[in-house]
Structure formats: structure tokens, C-alpha cells
Design a binder for this molecule. Structure first.
Ligand SMILES: Cc1ncc(COP(=O)(O)O)c(C=O)c1O
Length: 454
């Protein structure tokens, strides 16, 4: 029996180009609309927020986009990441399924996020920008951008969703260690934050609200750009290093996945994994490939949301994106997977879902921690609460194989470790966590506030 457990690649094999799915989509993505006019936006509309290279990537239909050498040089600090065969988990589940996972937790901040943070910091610096504002949920993105800022000498200001700021104080310390500044959102620093604080001084915050604050700061200061850690096309593009490497590593293992599983908050880590594979489904080479996007039942964007134009943020400052949405003013229940508490979803993922190329499912919090504990006790890694969502469904699919006797190959996108989330594990182990019901009435209410589009 082949007991190889880890599939390594050489540093020289770090991809030299990102893969752009826009070249291969069966139908183009719906246009992005201006929030004021409802008309398709042009590059100049985005120029106050992003460097021109990223704006070009957002709309590019070139299949391959070169990774700048200074970005690859930083990638070398932790890439290529390893693909593991989860022999011990398979044994514990007594499943004939072959489970593989690509582990992004070995990056300095502990997740997939620096794959794009480093690139975004680089492009901003290259265009003479020295300061970036951003938002963060659980703190993974904020800490990654602060790391990226440290690599290229930029000042980073992070609005962190208040509930996570208080639940996860060590993420703030990581950001400060890399030279960034982090404050809880809603904050008194912006109009959007003050408006919410007046209504509810104890507001737990949301990613949509923190985005409003960070965007407001960027548009009101000449020296500051904005950076988003997920959702947008260029972010997913940068994350394709995960899938490009994984494809080679699966080849080394002599396998091609039947099922790929990952968690989706804004969609970046999982799309980064599966876009290079979904290309094979689009061109008919792998028609049976299943891709399962996993989201929290408390924030069921794709499984319960509407496919409609909506703002990316709470206050309605961002362009309108066609996506599954729970409504931009939906504030999700305070589950520990802070990075999955977002009302919208990457337009690329929504488009692929609409075209029937990928699936989605929603899982409850307690089951995700149970799965994370099984993973920790077999594979050793203590996973981020976000990642535990993907582990839950991986285990469920492997158990289905046990019933059917099929030896399917499952590839799990493992987005990060949970070392800074031990308070969540502590609460789970002490029996203090609970499941939240589908927040149906709150979703119905916020869906009433979708913007009207011509
Ligand atoms: C470890 C981890 N996984 C997943 C996510 C979800 O983000 P995305 O869907 O963009 O990968 C986050 C977001 O913060 C995260 O920290």
C-alpha cells in the first residue's frame, strides 16, 4: 500500500503565472455597476480605491497573468504548500475514500490570505501608494495585509469586526507586530461607523460594515488606497496559486479528485483551489468533477440568498456586484467563523453556481467543531473555525463512501490553522457553543433593501 503522506514541490515550481478563469467561462460575468448611476463602471471609477494593475486584472480575459518576481520572492517564504494524504483520518472514519488536503496554514499569518495580500501590497507600492485601509473578520485578512505591508513598507489600517476584535485579541497583536494599526468596527473614526454606533453602541459589527469604514477612509484620503481580502476577481486570481500547485501534487499522487471541498466566506481560498480544476469540467475533460462550496447555516449566502445586484458593503459605498446576497445590511449571528460572516459572495463563484458547475451546502457550527476536533486528533492540525466547515463536509462525503463502498478521491482546501482561535475551541470543549437557527426573518427583512437596478 502506498503510504506516502506528503507531496512536496520545489521552490522553483512555485507558479510563475496566475490562472484567470475569465478566459474560459462559458458565459462572461455580469457587468459591475456604478452605485450612483446603475451603469457599468469603468477603470477610472475604481482608481481612488485600487492600483491600475489590479483594476486591469479585475476585468482581464487573458488566461495567464504573470506573477511579479518580488511577489514570488516573498511567496518563497512558505510556498509551495504541501498536499497531505489524510491516512489517519481515513482510518479513523474506516472509509475507502482517499482524502487529500492542501494546507495553507504554513504561511506566516497562518492562512491562504497572504497569497493575495502580498500581491496587493506590491502593486500599491509599485504605483507609489504608501498607505492602505482594509477590513477584517476573524483577523486573518488584517494580519495578512499587515504582513504584506511589512514586506513592502506600507502603513496598514485595519477595521476589525468588533465581535472578533474582542473574541480574538491576539490577531490585533499580530497586526501590530507587523507594524499595522487595528481598531474595532463599528468605530467613531468614520461616518458609517458613527451612524451605527448611535443606533446600537454594542453592535457586534459585520464584514459589510467594516468594509464601509475602510472604503470611506480610502476615498477621503489622497494618500490611502483600499484593499479587499476576498470576493473580487483579482483576489481569486491571486489565490489560484493554491489550485495550480495542487493539480501538480495530485498528479504526483497519481490521482485526480472526484470531489473538491472548501469553505466560502467571500470565496477566495476555495475558488483559488478549484478554478484551475473547474477549467477541466468546462472543457469537458472531467465532466463528473464535483465542487462543494461550504458555508455556515447562520450566514447561508449561496444556499438561501438571492442572485441579484447588491452592494459589497453595509453603507452602500461600493460598486454593485451581481452575486448571491443576504442583503447588504444583514448582520449575521456571531458564530466563531468570523471570516464566513459575509452577506455576499464572489461573483465568479455565484456565476459558476448559476451555470450549474459547482454546488453549495450549509452546515451548523457545532458539527463543524466536532469535525475539527476529529481532524486534530487524527491529522494533528488544529484548524481555523472557517476551515472546520470544509472538514465537516469532507468527513460527511467520506462517510457516504463508507456506506456505498466507493473509493472516491476527495481534495480538501485547508485554508488555515486555528492557533489564534483557541477561545472558540475552549468554548466548544466547555459546551458553551450553540447552533444558530437560519436567521430567516432577518434575511427577509434585509433582502427588502436591495438596491433597484434599471
Ligand atoms: C482561515 C480562513 N478560511 C476561510 C476564510 C474565508 O474567506 P474566503 O472565502 O475568502 O477564503 C477566512 C476568512 O477570513 C479565513 O480566515
Amino acid at each position: 500500500m502506498d503510504k506516502q503522506t506528503k507531496y512536496f514541490m520545489e521552490e522553483a515550481e512555485i507558479p510563475t503565472q496566475w490562472y484567470n478563469i475569465q478566459a474560459d467561462l462559458p458565459e462572461p460575468l455580469p457587468a459591475v455597476l456604478h452605485p450612483g448611476t446603475g451603469q457599468p463602471i469603468g477603470p477610472q471609477d475604481l482608481a481612488p480605491l485600487f492600483p491600475m494593475e489590479l483594476i486591469k486584472q479585475e476585468v482581464s480575459t487573458e488566461r495567464w497573468i504573470d506573477i511579479p518576481e518580488p511577489v514570488r520572492e516573498v511567496y518563497r517564504l512558505w510556498r509551495p504548500t504541501i498536499v497531505h494524504r489524510a491516512h489517519r483520518l481515513e482510518k479513523a472514519l474506516d472509509t475507502p475514500a482517499k482524502i487529500f488536503y492542501k494546507y495553507e496554514g504554513t504561511s506566516p499569518p497562518g492562512s491562504h490570505k497572504p497569497n493575495t495580500a502580498v500581491a496587493q501590497a506590491y502593486y500599491n507600492k509599485a504605483e507609489g501608494i504608501n498607505r492602505i485601509s482594509t477590513e477584517t473578520g476573524a483577523g486573518q485578512w488584517g494580519s495578512s495585509l499587515c504582513f504584506g505591508g511589512a514586506c513592502f513598507g506600507l502603513e496598514i489600517k485595519v477595521y476589525m469586526v468588533a465581535i472578533s476584535f474582542h473574541q480574538k485579541p491576539y490577531r490585533r497583536v499580530m497586526m501590530e507586530t507587523w507594524g499595522g494599526k487595528c481598531i474595532p468596527s463599528p468605530s467613531p473614526d468614520t461616518k458609517a461607523g458613527r451612524a451605527i454606533l448611535e443606533k446600537d453602541p454594542d453592535c457586534p459589527g459585520s464584514l459589510g460594515l467594516a468594509i464601509s469604514e475602510a472604503v470611506e477612509e480610502a476615498v477621503s484620503r489622497e494618500d490611502t488606497h483600499y484593499s479587499l481580502g476576498s470576493v473580487l476577481n483579482h483576489v481569486l486570481l491571486h489565490q489560484t496559486v493554491i489550485g495550480l500547485e495542487a493539480k501538480k501534487q495530485m498528479e504526483m499522487a497519481g490521482e485526480y479528485p472526484d470531489i473538491i471541498v472548501g469553505c466560502i466566506g467571500g470565496g477566495s481560498n476555495f475558488a483559488g483551489m478549484y478554478l484551475p480544476f473547474i477549467k477541466d469540467k468546462i472543457d469537458g475533460t472531467k465532466p463528473d468533477l464535483r465542487v462543494i462550496n461550504v458555508e455556515p447555516a447562520s450566514c447561508p449566502t449561496v444556499t438561501k440568498g438571492l442572485y441579484a445586484y447588491d452592494f459589497g458593503d453595509e453603507a452602500g459605498l461600493t460598486p454593485l456586484l451581481k452575486m448571491y446576497t443576504l442583503g447588504h445590511d444583514f448582520i449575521p449571528p456571531p458564530v466563531h467563523a468570523g471570516g464566513l460572516r459575509y452577506h455576499g459572495m464572489a461573483p465568479i463563484i455565484c456565476h459558476l453556481h448559476k451555470l450549474g458547475l459547482v454546488e453549495a451546502t450549509a452546515v451548523h457550527q457545532l458539527g463543524t467543531f466536532e469535525a475539527g476536533i476529529t481532524f486534530a486528533r487524527t491529522e494533528g492540525i488544529i484548524s481555523a473555525p472557517e476551515t472546520n466547515h470544509a472538514i465537516r463536509v469532507t468527513i460527511d462525503e467520506a462517510l457516504k463512501c463508507k456506506e456505498s463502498g466507493e473509493a472516491k478521491t476527495i481534495l480538501l482546501a485547508h485554508s488555515g490553522h486555528g492557533h489564534v482561535d483557541m477561545a472558540a475551541y475552549d468554548a466548544y470543549l466547555a459546551g458553551k457553543l450553540k447552533d444558530y437557527a437560519h436567521p430567516e426573518t432577518a434575511i427577509e427583512e434585509s433582502l427588502k433593501h436591495l438596491p433597484e437596478v434599471g
